[in-house]
Design a protein. Structure first.
Length: 541
């Protein structure tokens, strides 16, 4: 923390904010290159994920079976995010890194053995409990399914099939932590491809031999999860010979990991409550609402993962170094640069999804049982998600700023307020008949976007009150230019989509997107947008 600042001591005069974000990332060493490699691996994973989603849409559409699968998959996936990749890996990495850097070789190996044994046992117990209590869990997350016994029983059955996925991904969180602690980032980033590859195989090959066919997809999730674990485990075993799990619960590193996990779980729980509330409310709407919400969210996550997460990954280490050096001016400058860079990358993506979402959804998903009506509903959901995309990204940046100062409580408190707003808006969408009829599942996406906007603005306000200005004029100038360019881009996409409507989607969609990218970059050049150079740095990394 900045103790002098918080105690009211005299602040250092802030350094002048510079307009070029490139000047501020030069000292980042290999962070931009590492981020670009992670982004490349993420891109491959996302492409395979969309191929999988296209196949799911083709074979299962927005049917009762698809709704049952997506609800069943959410249950073990929730525990994975809370106890696995979310809290365990982020808590394990600093502790294990400390053992490595202090030269405690034997103790670090013992920590690995204890972590694999203890957390592996926890995941096995949770899996057994989840299989036994599957009916109660499904009743909790999808109360609307109770009115359809066939749908409810299918969801319970799929939940039981997929719960072992938790074991694989939970242990995978530890192997991910081991590799990242040793600066091995590409393998953990590419490993999720195994999940998509497995699901694609089971859809194309196994589905015809299983009844009901949706069970094949559930089996594919489990096999893919263990494949993802194996990809990471092989290089770990090459680095650490004879890594036999133990139950040494008295190891001090295990206790420290447990203490660090508690606030991480609290923060992640809020995010997951939002997701679960969306799912619960979607089950109370018309059939297919869960699926429409899922596909809309998947498309929104694509630019968020490639751009928002990439910028946060590049800038977070720098903010942490500035915080450790008590250099408040540089940290605020890093926050300003991050916000401007995210705005440059995310606003055109938002415009594209908002205006051109229909053709994209149609190209990716409209085939087989996924009907034109499903395309229209998913595009409507996507439009509302797109309105909140800049806020989702901004929350990542601002939460990272607080985390760099070892303040994990403020983001959790602010997220709690946003969660309450999201729940209230979701209840309005489900219970107020005019809103329900007008918006349906798109209203749930709009509630998420509105709650994220509150989350972001509150984080900005708290940061501003505690630490002063963050270069608001520079941010405003840049965002204004990005908005102008994105507004023109939106007009282009609208009229280009009408002009190319007679073309087949596989030709028109790439052509319009390519033209839109060229137009946005050209307008940015004319407006002298400094973040244009930052984008070049990231791509060159």
């Amino acid at each position: 923390m900045f103790l002098p600042e918080l105690c009211g001591a005299e602040r250092r005069p802030p350094r002048k904010m510079v307009d070029s974000p490139v000047e501020n990332i030069k000292d980042g060493g290999g962070f931009a290159r590492k981020a670009s490699r992670v982004s490349f691996a993420t891109l491959i994973s996302r492409i395979l994920g969309y191929i999988r989603d296209m196949l799911i849409a083709n074979f299962f559409g927005a049917t009762m079976a698809a709704d049952a699968f997506f609800v069943a998959y959410r249950i073990p996936n929730l525990l994975r995010k809370l106890l696995g990749e979310g809290s365990l890996s982020t808590s394990f990495i600093p502790v294990y890194t400390q053992y490595l850097t202090t030269g405690k070789r034997d103790s670090s190996r013992e920590l690995l053995r204890a972590a694999l044994g203890i957390f592996g046992t926890v995941f096995i117990i949770l899996t057994a409990g989840g299989i036994i209590l599957a009916p109660q869990l499904v009743s909790l997350i999808a109360p609307g399914f109770r009115s359809d016994p066939e749908k409810f029983l299918l969801t319970v059955r799929l939940t039981r099939i997929m719960f072992p996925f938790l074991i694989a991904i939970g242990l995978g969180a530890i192997t991910l932590g081991i590799l990242n602690s040793r600066s091995r980032f590409f393998i953990p980033a590419i490993a999720p491809c195994m999940l998509s590859i497995s699901e694609i195989f089971f859809i194309l090959v196994v589905v015809r031999y299983v009844s009901p066919p949706i069970r094949a997809l559930a089996y594919g999730v489990v096999v893919g999860g263990f494949g993802q674990l194996l990809v990471q485990l092989v290089p770990v075993l090459k680095m650490e010979k004879k890594l036999i799990p133990s139950l040494n619960i008295s190891h001090p590193g295990i206790r420290k990991i447990g203490r660090l996990m508690l606030p991480a779980i609290a923060g992640l729980s809020i995010m997951q409550v939002n997701s679960f509330v969306d799912t619960i409310c979607a089950t109370l709407l018309e059939a297919g609402s869960v699926t429409h919400l899922y596909y809309g969210n998947r498309l929104m996550q694509f630019p968020l993962a490639l751009f928002g997460t990439a910028v946060a990954t590049v800038m977070l280490p720098q903010m942490s170094r500035h915080a450790a050096g008590n250099d408040l001016a540089s940290l605020k400058e890093a926050v300003s640069v991050s916000l401007r860079s995210v705005s440059f990358l995310i606003l055109p993506a938002s415009a594209g999804l908002l205006v051109f979402g229909g053709p994209i959804v149609r190209l990716l998903f409209e085939r087989g049982l996924f009907t034109p009506e499903d395309t229209a509903a998913t595009s409507f959901v996507l439009a509302f998600y797109a309105c909140g995309l800049i806020f989702y990204s901004g929350v990542k940046i601002m939460a990272g700023a607080f985390h760099s100062m070892q303040d994990t409580k403020t983001p959790v408190k602010v997220a709690s307020i946003a969660m309450i707003i999201n729940v209230i808006l979701n209840i309005i969408v489900v219970t107020v008949e005019p809103v329900r009829v007008l918006l349906s599942s798109a209203g749930l996406a709009g509630a998420t976007a509105a709650a994220s906007a509150v989350n972001f603005l509150l984080l900005i306000a708290v940061f501003r009150i505690r630490f002063g200005l963050i270069g608001g004029k520079a941010v405003f100038r840049s965002v204004a230019k990005h908005l102008i360019a994105s507004f023109i881009l939106g007009f282009f996409l609208y009229y280009a989509s009408r002009y190319t409507a007679p073309w087949p989607d596989y030709a028109s969609v790439p052509a319009v997107i390519a033209g839109g990218v060229a137009l946005y970059l050209g307008i940015s050049r004319l407006l002298a947008v400094p973040e244009l150079e930052f984008a070049g740095e990231i791509l060159a990394g």
